[in-house]
Design a protein around this ligand. Structure first.
Ligand code: ATP
Length: 508
C-alpha cells in the first residue's frame, strides 16, 4: 500500500509537530493509547443516571479536533463521502457500496482508491478503516494514529471554545477523526462512512457535503441515546441528510417513513424511497433474503450517485446493472454476518445480530440453513450481550423462531464477552465500558438463562465464562456422524471473538 502522505490543507492556527517517536511506536502502542480513550463504566453510568444524552456539542467538538489536526470540514469534500445511517443493514450497505466503487477505475486507467469507515470492529481495530476493502496495515494504522495524537497535543488550545484545551476525542470519535486523516493523506477518490450511533449527533456528521446520504432499515436500538420509539430514532438518523445532497432510503415502518419525509422537507432535501431494484433479479445476493435486497438496492443508488460525481460520463442503465456492480454485490466480503464455517464436527453459523428484529432474521437464516441438510446433529446456541438490560427481551423472538420449526436449540450457552480463558481480552477488545463485577459474576448471563428456561424448559442451558470455553463446549457436544449445528449470535463482540478463535486471529 502506498504510504505517501501529502500535507493536508493546514488551517492557519495549527502548528505542525516534528517528532521522531512515530517511527518507533507500534500498532499495539496505538491500541493501548486508543483504549485509554474509552469512557469508563462508572462515567457512563453517572451520565446515564443524570440523563445526559449526546447533543450538538459532539459535532462542534469534532470540528474543533479536525482543526487541531489541520483540516476544515471543507477539506472533507475532497473525499466524496457517501454517508449511511440506519438501525439495521447500514454496515452491509456500506460494504456493498465500497465493493462496487472499488471495481471502477479512474479516468486514464489507474485503480480507484475507495475508503471505508465502519464500526464496530470484529477481529482487529484496524478493520474500521479500509482502503479498497482491505483494513489498513498495522504500520499505517500506527503511523496515522500517532500523527493525529501528536497534532492534537501540539495544537491543544486551538478552537478551545468547542473542545476542552488539551483534551482528546473519545474512542469512536478519535477513530473517526483519524479516518479522515488516513483517507485525505492516502488520496482516496471516494469514502463510504457508516455512522456509529444515530446520525444527527454522531461524530461522522461533521461531514457537511456528502455526495449522497442513505438511510437503511430503521427499528429500535440504542434506546438510551436515541429514544424509545421508532420516530425518535428516525429523527436522529435523518440528521445525516444535507441540503444539496441527494438522500435515499428503503421502505420503512410508517412512523419512521413520516419522520424521514418531514425532516427531508425541513432541510429541502430530495429524499427518494426505493423499492427493491428489479435489476437485482440478475444478481446473486447473499443471503437471498428480502432484507439484504433492500440493503443492496440502497447501495446501488448510492454507488450510482457517487459514480456520477466521480465520472460525469457515467450513466446508469435502467435495465441492467454493469458488470462492476454485479461483481461488487456478489463478491462483497462482510464478515460476521450470515457466515458459515464448517469444521469436522461442527457447522458454525455466525451472525452479529443484536436487536429484536435482526435476531429473528438471524434465527430464520439459521433454520433455513439447517433445513437444507439431511439429519443434523444437536442444535446449539452461543449467545452474548453485555451491559444492556433490555437484551433479555432479544431472547423471545430468537427462541420462538427456531422452536416454531418443530425443533428448538437442544443446548443453549450464555457466555460473557471475555475472549480467552487464560488471558482474558485480546488487546483490540479491551473494554472498560462494562461493569467488571457483572462479568465476573455472569450477572446478565444468569438473567438470560432464567428467561430461556421459561421459554424452552426442554433446553439444556449452560453458563460459561469465556467465548473460548463456550466454543469448546459446543465442540464437545458432537457425537456420532451428524455435525453439531451451532448458531453464534447476540453481539458483534462475541462474533468477532469467536471468529478470531475459529480461525487464526490475523486472518482479516
Ligand atoms: N435491512 C435489514 N433489516 C433487518 N435486519 C438486517 C438488515 N440488514 C442486516 N440485518 C441483520 O443485521 C445484522 C447486522 O447487519 P449490518 O452489519 O449490515 O447492520 P448494521 O446496521 O451495520 O448494524 P450493526 O453495526 O449495529 O450490527 C445482519 O447480520 C442481519 O442479521
Amino acid at each position: 500500500m502506498a504510504t505517501t502522505t501529502p500535507s493536508p490543507t493546514r488551517s492557519a492556527t495549527t502548528r505542525t509537530t516534528r517528532t521522531t517517536r512515530t517511527t518507533t511506536r507500534t500498532y499495539n502502542d496505538a491500541i493501548d493509547a486508543l483504549n485509554s480513550l474509552q469512557t469508563p463504566y462508572a462515567a457512563i453510568e453517572a451520565r446515564r443516571r443524570a440523563g445526559i444524552r449526546p447533543d450538538a456539542t459532539s459535532v462542534r467538538e469534532m470540528r474543533a479536533y479536525l482543526a487541531r489536526i489541520g483540516y476544515t470540514p471543507r477539506d472533507l469534500d475532497r473525499l466524496n463521502i457517501v454517508h449511511v445511517a440506519g438501525t439495521k443493514g447500514k454496515g452491509s450497505t456500506c460494504a456493498f457500496v465500497d465493493s462496487v466503487l472499488s471495481r471502477y477505475q479512474r479516468r486514464g486507467g489507474s485503480p480507484r482508491r475507495v475508503g471505508l469507515f465502519t464500526s464496530p470492529h470484529l477481529i482487529a481495530v484496524r478493520e474500521r478503516i479500509r482502503i479498497n476493502s482491505a483494513p489498513i496495515s498495522e504500520e499505517l494504522f500506527a503511523k496515522y494514529f500517532f500523527d493525529v495524537w501528536d497534532r492534537l497535543e501540539a495544537n491543544a488550545d486551538v478552537a478551545a471554545d468547542d473542545a476542552a484545551p488539551g483534551s482528546k476525542p473519545i474512542y469512536a470519535r478519535y477513530l473517526t477523526l483519524m479516518s479522515f486523516h488516513v483517507f485525505l493523506s492516502e488520496g482516496v477518490d471516494a469514502a463510504v462512512y457508516e455512522t456509529g450511533i444515530g446520525g444527527e449527533y454522531d461524530a461522522t456528521n461533521v461531514v457537511e457535503h456528502p455526495v449522497a446520504s442513505g438511510i437503511s432499515t430503521l427499528g429500535i436500538d440504542h434506546v438510551f441515546v436515541l429514544g424509545d420509539t421508532v420516530d425518535k430514532i428516525a429523527w436522529h438518523k435523518a440528521g445525516i441528510m444535507k441540503p444539496g445532497s441527494p438522500a435515499f432510503t428503503v421502505e420503512q415502518v410508517p412512523r419512521a417513513a413520516e419522520v424521514l419525509k418531514a425532516r427531508a422537507a425541513e432541510k429541502g432535501v430530495g429524499l427518494r424511497v426505493l423499492d427493491i431494484d428489479p435489476r437485482l433479479a440478475a444478481v446473486k445476493i447473499r443471503p437471498d433474503a428480502t432484507f439484504q435486497k433492500k440493503n443492496a438496492t440502497l447501495a446501488v443508488a448510492l454507488a450510482e450517485t457517487a459514480l456520477r460525481r466521480l465520472d460525469p460520463s457515467f450513466s446508469p442503465d435502467p435495465d441492467a446493472l454493469p458488470r462492476e456492480f454485479v461483481d461488487g454485490l456478489e463478491q462483497v466480503v462482510w464478515r460476521g454476518r450470515c457466515e458459515v464455517k464448517v469444521e469436522d464436527h461442527v457447522i458454525w453459523h455466525v451472525d452479529g445480530a443484536h436487536t429484536v428484529d435482526s435476531l429473528k432474521m438471524a434465527a430464520r437464516w439459521f433454520v433455513g440453513e439447517c433445513a437444507g441438510r439431511a439429519g443434523g446433529g444437536p442444535r446449539v446456541l452461543i449467545f452474548n450481550q453485555q451491559g444492556r438490560a433490555e437484551a433479555v427481551d432479544f431472547l423471545d423472538g430468537l427462541c420462538n423462531t427456531v422452536k416454531d420449526t418443530g425443533r428448538g436449540f437442544e443446548h443453549v450457552i450464555f457466555c460473557t464477552n471475555v475472549t480467552y480463558a487464560a488471558t482474558g481480552y485480546k488487546r483490540d477488545f479491551v473494554n472498560h465500558q462494562h461493569n467488571p463485577a457483572d462479568i465476573e459474576k455472569m450477572t446478565q448471563q444468569r438473567v438470560f438463562a432464567d428467561r430461556w428456561k421459561k421459554l424452552d424448559p426442554s433446553a439444556n442451558v449452560m453458563l460459561i465464562p469465556t467465548i473460548e470455553e463456550a466454543i469448546n463446549a459446543a465442540r464437545g457436544l458432537a457425537s456420532g456422524e451428524h455435525k453439531v449445528q451451532a448458531l453464534i449470535t447476540g453481539s458483534l463482540h462475541l462474533v468477532g471473538g469467536a471468529l478470531g478463535i475459529l480461525e487464526s486471529a490475523d486472518a482479516l
